[in-house]
Design a protein around this ligand. Structure first.
Ligand code: ADP
Ligand code: NA
Length: 337
């Protein structure tokens, strides 16, 4: 099977449980501490692996991140090109208050260190079918990988999170992107950055969509985005809507595809990483589809692919944690029966 290449971030997430978020000049005691591997690049790479897709991660950690690299390897991610740098590993220091509020300090660390760029995505005997990138590393590196993938005919998936600046978004080479994966807030921000007119809710119904007002409003944002000249009708847009599920607008298809969120067994415990789980699963299912038929996009199959990714994200929110809460494909398929 051909492989997915992820060029992205690797973090150590440190959670401190506190009664209240600490104020300036104050010292507070933490009642608990947890340390977990994270970062969008790492989370999404693990999701691809859990979904059964061969995946390589290109990124960097410091000496303090050796255990993270080992953990990614245990999850089935190829980490041969996760470099060790003099910079410490990227870090998120998170205060979790009893109220559920949080407060985060982010240190980019090794994620912004120079790692040598590849001159080709394919290594000997190991063709790459998909490139997956986010925005937690230098944008210049993301852009050079997207450009390389485009010139080598590799399908690209871009999750613009955290959002680049409006100027960066306006200058972005959208023709290098095959799949744009974002959440609803990001879709609205992107629409604003690209100078699209103010969005008013659609009054009419849309074939294939339940006609609830909030869904039609989401649809109007994503539809405007997909009609924007920047996307030149060539970018597949998949927008996640939290507990409302997912909406996909694919230029090759006449109608949008809507898949509601998975029915949960139990309550929402932790939505961290649900988007990353969805993204990794979608990429792995596209890889599987391409391998089976030579083409990744089939109208009839796309709904099924989205259902699998939505179910995986649904299991992820039922469990605490991000990376460690990503289910295996067998667990996902069992729920779908
Ligand atoms: P992000 O975490 O990137 O902001 P979303 O909040 O849109 O992304 O969540 C991604 C996916 O996770 C959704 O499309 C949905 O399938 C699933 N999900 C998120 N929140 C819930 C929830 N409360 N119940 C069920 N599924 C959820
Ligand atoms: Na979770």
């Amino acid at each position: 099977m051909s492989r997915c290449l992820v060029r992205g971030s690797i973090n150590i997430d440190e959670f401190f449980h506190v009664r209240d978020i600490v104020r300036a000049g104050e010292t507070t005691s933490s009642t608990g501490i947890e340390r977990r591997a994270g970062g969008k690049g790492a989370n999404q790479a693990v999701a691809v692996a859990r979904a059964g897709g061969p995946v390589e991660l290109i990124g960097a950690v410091g000496e303090d991140g050796r255990w993270v690299r080992d953990q990614l390897n245990e999850f089935g991610v190829n980490v041969d090109e996760v470099a060790f740098t003099d910079e410490p590993t990227g870090r998120a220091v998170i205060q979790l208050a009893e109220s559920g509020e949080n407060c985060i300090i982010l240190f980019k660390g090794a994620n912004y260190a120079d790692v040598p760029s590849r001159t080709t995505l394919h290594s000997l005997g190991k063709p790459i079918s998909h490139l997956l990138v986010q925005n937690e590393i230098p944008l210049s590196s993301t852009l050079s990988y997207l450009s390389l993938a485009h010139s080598e005919g590799v399908s690209t998936v871009f999750n613009p999170s955290p959002m680049p600046t409006p100027a960066e978004l306006r200058a972005f080479p959208w023709t290098h992107v095959s799949w744009l994966l974002l959440n609803e807030g990001e879709a609205a921000d992107l629409l604003t950055a690209l100078g699209a007119p103010h969005v008013t809710p659609f009054e009419e119904t849309k074939e294939g969509l339940p006609s609830t007002p909030s869904l039609l409003t989401s649809y109007s944002v994503v539809a405007r985005l997909s009609r924007h000249p920047a996307f030149s009708r060539s970018v597949n847009i998949v927008c996640t809507l939290g507990s409302a599920g997912v909406l996909a607008l694919l230029p090759a298809l006449l109608n949008p595809i809507y898949v509601p969120a998975a029915k949960l067994e139990g309550s929402v415990r932790d939505t961290t990483g649900a988007g990353d789980c969805f993204t990794g699963y979608l990429v792995a299912e596209l890889m599987r589809q391409k391998l089976a038929t030579g083409v990744e996009l089939h109208e009839a199959k796309m709904t099924e692919i989205l259902r699998i990714a939505v179910q995986a994200a649904g299991i992820c929110v039922e469990r605490r944690g991000a990376m460690e809460s990503i289910p295996t494909r067998a667990e996902v398929l069992e729920r779908l029966q």
